[in-house]
Design a protein around this ligand. Structure first.
Ligand code: HEM
Length: 223
């Protein structure tokens, strides 16, 4: 049964929609959490510490965080695998022998593919930058994310990488949210306008909320 669903294009699109919505939920929470940086190092670092102690005493230190990490890795993997397989199918099914020599995927499809690749690369960079500190520009300090974030946005390339990724994220969510709604059967003739508005608002809010952090550091509001 699961195999049949996974083998169908609708099944893969459903996997994309559900995993996308899980990641979207994470991003809304992450964006709001990031805005705490405007309340100063004490509050921001305390929040990061709280992320590791949520659920105590039932949960051990970092257990809840690890559960979230595992759910996110599964979501990213499911999203990327179904995207790759759908795009292989799309290429194979293209009637380019008869119609155009080079039939190209639609603008939205190409933007989603490139956006997805940019975001995947960004996530790897971002974790190496602010979670493990491997590629971090300053002296990475475990448990002091406030200073680490300030260091990241004190370099020109840190700003370029994050700003490009946030713009790609906005475009990806704008189209992705809309597609997910269609796949999950939420779309209808009278609802489509409202859905487009929600998709645009979500994309704009997330992009602006995330961008506020580098802009805050660049303008000296966060230092
Ligand atoms: C300006 C934008 C962003 C800033 C300032 C930022 C900041 C941070 C910081 C400080 C951490 C480390 C938290 C800690 O260890 O306590 C973190 C972790 C993380 N961020 Fe972001 N983030 C941004 C955008 C994003 C975006 C767009 C994504 C996803 C597409 C993302 C995904 C993650 C993930 C997956 C982690 C690792 C969580 C973990 O396993 O500990 N972030 N971020």
């Amino acid at each position: 049964m699961a195999r049949t669903v996974w083998d169908s294009s609708v099944g893969k699109k459903t996997v994309m929609a559900v995993s996308g919505l899980i990641m979207l939920l994470y991003l809304v929470v992450h964006m709001i959490g990031n805005l705490k940086i405007f309340f100063g190092p004490g509050e921001f670092n305390h929040y990061a510490h709280w992320l590791r102690t949520v659920g105590e005493p039932f949960m051990h230190y970092e257990w809840t965080l690890w559960l979230i990490r595992v759910a996110l890795v599964v979501a990213v993997f499911a999203h990327a695998t179904s995207a790759y397989q759908l795009s292989r199918r799309d290429i194979r099914a293209r009637p380019n022998k008869y119609v155009h020599k080079k039939a190209r995927a639609s603008y939205a499809t190409r933007t989603m593919r490139w956006g997805g690749i940019i975001l995947a690369l960004f996530i790897v960079w971002h974790i190496l930058d602010l979670t493990t500190g491997t590629v971090h520009s300053g002296g990475f300090q475990e448990g002091h994310p406030y200073q680490n974030v300030v260091d990241t946005f004190s370099t020109w390339y840190g700003n370029v990488i994050y700003i490009v990724a946030m713009l790609a994220l906005g475009l990806h969510i704008r189209h992705g949210f809309w597609s997910a709604a269609q796949t999950l059967g939420v779309g209808s003739r009278n609802r489509d306008r409202a859905l487009k508005t929600v998709a645009n608002a979500l994309a704009l809010l997330l992009t602006a909320g995330f961008l506020a952090v580098p802009v805050g550091v660049m303008t000296g509001l966060v230092s």
